[in-house]
Design a protein around this ligand. Structure first.
Ligand code: G4P
Length: 528
């Protein structure tokens, strides 16, 4: 247990939300509290603006921002917090899903006016797959939002998670007066654009006190008493084990833009959020306190300079200590590598680091040796499990426009898919290359990058598929028959796993019914 002290002070998490709910704003407030930035407006949104004149300029702008903001590390009350950024555009959702495999918990931001939105649902599904602990922040209480009891019910039903209010709001919109902290029994009065030191907090141990009337008026005082009685009766004390197991999500109300309710959230976060935990591998469970290093690559970022193919591979350290210039074992390539310039994300010095511990993320300069899911160890052979590929939603055939550049095209597409920009499938029995993406923008990115970075011109031909399902069976013969019979719908992913490409839900359901011996999976774990 050499590194226990280091592990106990680390919390690695992500803020997730449907676009526009307030993720960037909340991130910025967290960094202000952590002293990592000094002024508001310092965190650039990594969203692709809806009305941008050219999406491309936006993509490039975003790529520029996103290396710097991929991991934001800061210290707060002696804890070291690693905040992992996730892309703001839904077309890059897969990147977000993978980042979620590298965190130990998440803060989910919900817009109090819009409630649960499409992306909120999908992100929560991913969290549920790994029982990731979730804290909910209901934002924009300064706007006329939904009735909070209805909102909680909506979140519980739609996201299939039990909630536990930690603060309770007094009205919303222009009547918003603040929140009552149910945990430490204090009243936090709303003022716009609060600075941490100026928070207007009043301790009210007994809600019967007339001080409450003095602060928020007769009607609201009575309403709050009723609400709190109801909440106490229903929820009681937070069970932190249930939170850590991803069964209960504590809820905070606030307004990120006004820096209101954010400190309560951050203080509770550092108190209850998990420190790095043990992780499953293909061989055994790995504890963060083990002496020997292990970690996995969850993201690869291409260099902005097209003349240099250098990339940065993001390694999440899972055990031991990462040291500069020490040799580590790359399990898939069965080769040892050392890294002389590992990149740190500690905001105080975006510089080369000498060491890192469980929970930290290290940026490794890479010339093409890494792909997502790769593991580094000190010699042992295993892979971390639970890093899935999700079914893309759009499929297009990749057509080579310049036969003289076939090699470049193949290399480019292989490297881009290693980076996780898109998924590559090869049609069974032929060699038609099918690219699967989550959004249209990704196709544009691929075409643009193939041309600019690999001088390979391509175009895409739409294919009528709607989902890719990985197929397996205990009965080899049945699987063989199915793949031969359905040849035009069968492909291999880039690791050689069989995939069924369904034209529609109807086809998929029919095939599932007609072929009970075949299992259809909506995600493929890179390593099982
Ligand atoms: P995102 O990263 O989740 O996509 O959201 P972001 O923080 O960019 O916030 C989306 C919009 O919501 C922004 O306005 C932001 O100012 C606003 N916002 C964030 N928190 C609050 C809040 O507590 N109350 C209110 N009323 N608004 C909030 P925008 O007009 O889209 O951008 P900007 O021009 O202000 O940058």
């Amino acid at each position: 247990m050499k590194y226990e002290k280091e592990i106990e002070r680390r919390k690695t998490f992500a803020i997730i939300s449907h676009p526009d709910a307030g993720k960037t704003t909340l991130t910025e407030k967290f960094l202000l509290f952590g002293g990592a930035i000094q002024t508001a407006g310092a965190v650039k949104s990594n969203k692709i603006k809806k009305h941008a004149t050219s999406d491309f300029m936006e993509i490039e702008r975003q790529r520029g921002i996103s290396v710097a903001t991929s991991v934001m590390s800061f210290e707060y009350k002696n804890m070291l917090i690693n905040l992992l950024d996730t892309p703001g555009h839904k077309d890059f959702a897969e990147d977000t899903y993978r980042t979620l495999t590298a965190v130990d918990s998440v803060v989910l931001v919900i817009d109090s006016v819009n409630g649960v939105e499409a992306q909120t649902r999908r992100l929560m599904e991913v969290c549920r797959m790994r029982d990731t602990p979730v804290i909910v922040f209901i934002n924009k209480m300064d706007r006329d939002g939904k009735n909070r009891f209805d909102l909680l019910e909506e979140i519980e039903n739609e996201l299939k998670i039990q909630l536990h209010p930690m603060t309770w709001p007094i009205n919303s919109g222009k009547d918003f007066k603040g929140v009552y902290n149910l945990h430490d029994k204090s009243l936090l009065l709303f003022t716009a654009n609060t600075k941490a030191s100026e928070e207007n907090s009043v301790v009210i141990n007994d809600l019967g006190q007339t001080l409450l009337e003095d602060k928020i008026g007769h009607n609201d005082a009575n309403k709050l008493r009723e609400d709190v009685e109801l909440i106490d009766g229903v929820y009681g004390e937070l069970n932190s084990t249930d939170y850590l197991n991803g069964k209960i999500a504590p809820v905070f109300f606030g307004s990120a833009i006004n820096n209101f309710g954010v400190k309560e959230l951050l203080d509770t976060f550092i108190r209850i959020a998990p420190t790095p935990r043990s992780r499953e591998t293909t061989k055994r469970e790995v504890s963060p306190a083990e002496d020997k290093l292990s970690g996995f690559v969850f993201k690869i970022h291409a260099n902005l300079d097209p003349k240099h193919r250098d990339r940065i591979a993001f390694l999440r350290v899972c055990s031991g200590r990462f040291e500069r210039n020490k040799y580590y074992h790359h399990v898939r390539l069965d080769k040892d590598f050392r890294f002389s310039n590992p990149y740190t994300f500690l905001a105080r010095s975006k510089d080369i680091i000498d060491d890192a511990y469980s929970g930290d993320v290290v940026g490794l300069f890479d010339t093409g040796n890494f792909k997502i899911g790769d593991t580094l160890t000190e010699g042992e052979d295993f892979y971390f499990t639970g890093i899935p590929s999700f079914s893309p939603e759009l499929f297009k055939e990749l057509v080579n426009k310049d036969p003289m550049k076939t090699k470049q095209l193949e290399k480019g597409i292989r490297q881009l898919t290693d980076e996780g920009v898109a998924q590559l499938f090869t049609q069974f029995g032929g060699n038609k290359k099918i690219i699967g993406c989550v959004g249209e923008l990704q196709f544009e990115v691929i075409q643009y990058r193939l041309l600019h970075e690999y001088s390979a011109a391509c175009e895409f031909r739409a294919l009528p598929f709607y989902k890719a399902c990985w197929i397996t069976s205990k009965d080899e013969k049945k699987l063989d028959e199915f793949t031969r019979f359905k040849q035009s719908n069968i492909a291999e992913d880039k690791d050689g796993h069989l995939v069924y490409l369904a034209q529609s839900e109807w086809f998929l359901n029919t095939e599932r019914q007609n072929n009970p011996a075949i299992e259809f999976h909506f995600t493929s774990e890179i390593h099982k």
